[in-house]
Design a protein around this ligand. Structure first.
Ligand code: G1P
Length: 293
């Protein structure tokens, strides 16, 4: 089955980024002049995805507003002959179908996916978590997972190694065997384990590809860590029933844009890549560092 649909979760409270996220979703934080979410949607397009389903909450309507037409702004830009700006707003959401599903309460990642069950309509699908920005210019991270799904027709999770001291912040996998370089077959998954209980230091990063029967496991889930319905628990139950799950050790740079440091890193990194301001940003950083050392 060709994977055509991606769910991007963007309905969380963004507590690590308060006070800013009191009124604006963290997925709308700008990286230079585009919301963080746009970079995730670019990754979907480059990976051959046709439809993006955004999971949002009704307290933060700015995401839907960003992806809807603004006739007045278009007219003004036309009148003022601002063609570059016109092109920039026209490109928003182009090349992929975007739809919205509302999650009523932030009761866990598993629930965030479940609210889009109807839109997925029985297909296998991919998931991107709204605060995990991944950079790989040549081989988009989602594509890395889709290639494994296409080869083995099974569930795939993205992982990267983290320091042992960090395992309690992530879902951690247990490895049954190496399928080939950077691809593992799993025998365990634990959400945010204590260091002593972690089966490895490979952490789940916010990219997944699921067989459609994940929804059966989400339906039967019991409340898990932090009083939320945990996706990792649904995956663990899939494993117990002998569903195959592979992990791909992702090749790319990860930015946790839901955290202050991760967001700052992402902003600087992407600014340096830009044709229009990159060289000046680098000069500024150098000047700033020299002055402060
Ligand atoms: C979620 C998942 C976790 C994963 C992490 C990656 O946790 O539950 O398994 O490792 O995303 O960012 P959260 O960061 O939402 O607490």
């Amino acid at each position: 089955m060709k994977i055509k649909k991606v769910i991007i979760t963007a309905g969380g409270l963004g507590t690590r980024f308060l006070p800013f996220t009191k009124s604006v979703a963290k997925e709308m934080l700008p990286i230079v002049d585009r919301p963080n979410l746009e970079y995730l949607i670019d990754e979907c397009k480059k990976s051959g995805i046709e439809e993006v389903i955004l999971i949002v909450n009704n307290k933060k309507p700015e995401i839907e507003k960003y992806y809807s037409k603004d006739e007045e702004l278009t007219e003004t830009l036309k009148k003022e002959n601002k063609l570059t700006e016109l092109k920039a707003i026209d490109s928003i959401g182009s090349g992929v179908k975007i739809s919205f599903v509302y999650q009523e309460k932030p009761i866990g990642l598993a629930n965030a996916l479940y609210v889009a069950k109807n839109e997925i309509a029985g297909e296998d699908f991919a998931v991107i978590l709204g605060d995990d920005l991944m950079y790989n210019q040549d081989y988009p991270c989602l594509k890395q997972l889709l290639d494994i799904y296409n080869q083995y027709d099974c569930n795939v999770v993205a992982v990267q190694e983290v320091d042992k001291s960090e395992v309690s912040k992530y879902g951690i996998i247990g490895v049954e065997k190496e399928v080939n370089a950077d691809v593992f077959q799993l025998n365990d998954l634990i959400e945010k384990p204590e260091i002593e209980k972690a089966p490895s230091n490979y952490a789940i990063i916010g990219r997944y590809v699921f067989k459609n029967n994940i929804f059966d496991y989400i339906e039967k889930l019991k409340i898990g860590k932090n009083n939320e319905f945990q996706l990792t628990d649904a995956l663990k139950n899939m494993l117990v029933d002998n569903n195959k799950i592979f992990a791909k050790n992702l090749q790319g740079i990860r930015f946790d844009t839901g955290s202050k440091l991760g967001y700052a890193e992402a902003f600087i990194f992407y600014s340096c890549l830009r044709d229009d301001i990159g060289e000046n940003v680098k000069k500024f950083i150098k000047k700033y560092i020299d002055k402060n050392n």
